[in-house]
Design a protein around this ligand. Structure first.
Ligand code: GLV
Ligand code: GLV
Length: 318
């Protein structure tokens, strides 16, 4: 029987699929599996189900001589050196599609929360500052009629655009991987990178992290944005230069931000971003619905089994 290592306990829906088909071991501790243990555990396995916390690099492959497939339990696969995997004949798979709506909800939720100051307002209430209603208390920004810029216009970007249309927003988008696209009707319109920075009242990031998008939003780009703009990031932290973002939020270069992802995860409690009122911060929960996580588990397990059974997996990355 093929052997599989699962780097973190995934929902039963996925583990049940593995039962009886492969012999699997599974890390069930707090936090990610310690690297030393991981490198030992993968020494005799044919496949590994990884989380976005595992770096799948040449050291990983050196320690896993029999591995034929790495099934990443995430849509993003910036934790995987795909080129290295390909050169070693290892198949990589991911979990696209099933987390699209959940992630789009978090992006739109962050947009509203940052714009209308939800978390700041809750801190205000909880700390006893709410002594009376008054006309200029905690004023935020209107959403209706404003322009939403989307960087990246794949499944998740399009799902955010659908939500925005219900809120009466105008949607423009830019695709770092190329364009311009041929847009039809009066739906979302492709614009250049400069234009999206300058025109967006809200800018939400939905591109993968790669060499082209690392540091895409830095000091220069933030300065080009509207002074009251709201930046939303549910993609990967390093797409934004976090130090520049902190300085821009502190100095009023942009208005507010809603973040689900960071340079370092978990973010340090010493990070200066935590000292600001105008940023809403979530702990990377974009795909954290029961439905999405179950579907991701089923998909990750199926991709694994497909490759081990000699079939083409449904969601190949390479
Ligand atoms: C989560 O961040 C994912 O890429 O699935
Ligand atoms: C990313 O893979 C997306 O689904 O937009």
């Amino acid at each position: 029987m093929n052997k599989v290592y699962v780097c973190h306990k995934i929902p039963e829906a996925g583990l049940n699929l593995l039962n009886g088909k492969v012999e699997y071991r599974c890390w069930d501790g707090d936090g990610p599996v310690p690297r030393d243990l991981l490198l030992k555990e993968i020494s005799d396995v044919d496949g590994v189900i990884t989380m976005l916390t595992e770096k799948v690099d040449s050291e990983f492959f050196d320690n896993a001589p029999n591995v034929k497939v790495v099934s990443n339990y995430a849509v993003g696969y910036n934790n995987v050196d795909v080129e290295e995997a390909t050169s070693r004949g290892v198949k990589i798979t991911n979990t696209p599609g099933v987390l699209t709506e959940a992630t789009a909800d978090i992006a739109f939720g962050l947009l509203v929360a940052a714009s209308r100051r939800f978390t700041e307002a809750e801190r205000y209430l909880r700390s006893g500052k709410w002594t009376c209603w008054h006309p200029t208390m905690l004023l935020g920004r209107e959403i209706f009629g404003k322009t939403l810029g989307l960087i990246g216009f794949g499944r998740i970007g399009k799902a955010v655009a659908r939500r925005a249309s219900g809120f009466g927003m105008k949607v423009i988008y830019h695709t770092p991987s190329g364009g311009p696209a041929t847009d039809q009707g009066d739906g979302p319109r492709w614009v250049s990178f400069e234009e999206i920075l300058e025109k967006s009242d809200y800018l939400s990031l939905h591109c993968p992290l790669n060499d082209r998008t690392r540091g895409l939003i830095g000091k220069k780009e933030l300065e080009r944005m509207k002074p009251d703009a709201v930046l939303v990031n549910t993609s990967r932290g390093p797409v934004v230069d976090q130090t520049s973002l902190y300085e821009s939020l502190r100095d009023g270069v942009i208005g507010a931000a809603g973040l689900d992802v960071y340079d370092e995860e978990p973010i340090s409690l010493e990070d200066p971003l935590l000292s600001l009122e105008n940023v809403v911060m979530l702990p990377h929960i974009g795909s954290a619905t029961r439905e999405a996580r179950d579907a991701m588990a089923t998909m990750a397990a199926s991709n694994m089994l497909d490759v081990l059974e000699g079939k083409e997996p449904r969601n190949p990355v390479n």
